[in-house]
Design a protein around this ligand. Structure first.
Ligand code: G3P
Ligand code: MG
Length: 250
């Protein structure tokens, strides 16, 4: 099995149910619950700056409307990405990947960057995120884990940052996924938790790949996956699952 420097428990979108997802405020909440690894979604501004946002559009999580990737970083960086989650978070900005890297590196946390390209920019986003990670981490441990549902995005990251670990995200087991993950040099596969079973973990571990799941918020489901030997669990329920070894459930 490949070397794996990441904690078992990973806070989803920072800790994006208790604070505005994909903001520094969410990371701080997750850290407050003892989390030491975080997942976030990264895409590019119109001028090529990697920043955190899940959706293609600004509609759900900011007061603005339209495609986020069509705006400059100057414009995006001034938006309120927190107010939709309540008054305490009003004014919380959309973070750049640079800002999040500063936070996780300073605290020794691990980061799983989901490359979440604006539709049509898969390859370019992967390339830019790979480049940014080399600049931001400069070989410091633990290095970010780069994941994506889009093989083209992983191919872009592989082109610019071949030494960073990659993981293929799967919502379904589409034909050829296993060969594609291997061709992309992935060290892990991250599936919807409902897809993960003993046979799939055996297939992945047999090929030297780690097996992770998203988004596991239900204690019985977490117990099932842990009993199977899962390598990572991405969760929104940071107030429910205690990440410290031996203290699994709060
Ligand atoms: O990275 C795993 C998970 O975040 C994938 O789903 O839609 O929450 O980005 P989504
Ligand atoms: Mg994600």
């Amino acid at each position: 099995m490949n070397d794996w420097p990441y904690p078992l428990w990973i806070a989803h979108r920072g800790a994006g149910r208790l604070a505005p997802e994909n903001t520094l405020a969410a990371f701080r909440v997750g850290a407050g619950y003892g989390y030491r690894a975080f997942e976030c979604d990264v895409k590019l501004s119109a001028d090529g700056v990697p920043f955190l946002l899940h959706d293609d559009t600004l509609d759900r999580t900011t007061p603005e409307r339209g495609i986020a990737g069509e705006r400059s970083w100057h414009e995006l960086s001034r938006l309120d990405a927190g107010g939709w989650q309540g008054r305490p978070f009003a004014g919380e900005p959309l973070p750049s990947l640079d800002a999040i890297a500063a936070y996780v590196r300073r605290n020794g946390f691990a980061l799983n960057i989901e490359i979440k390209p604006t539709t049509g920019l898969e390859r370019a986003t992967g390339e830019a995120v790979g480049q940014a990670c080399l600049r931001l981490w400069q070989g410091e441990a633990p290095p970010p884990l780069l994941s994506s549902f889009q093989p083209e995005a992983l191919a872009g990251a592989k082109a610019t940052a071949p030494g960073l670990r990659r993981a293929l995200l799967l919502e379904t087991l589409w034909p050829g996924w296993f060969e594609r993950a291997q061709a992309l040099g992935c060290v892990a596969v991250v599936t919807d938790y409902a897809l993960m079973d003993a046979a799939l973990i055996a297939q992945l571990h047999g090929a030297g790949l780690r097996a992770l799941c998203y988004t596991v918020n239900d204690p019985p489901e977490a117990r099932r996956l842990l009993a199977l030997g899962i390598d990572g669990l991405i969760t929104d329920a940071v107030n429910r699952f205690a990440p410290a070894p031996g203290a699994l459930f709060d």
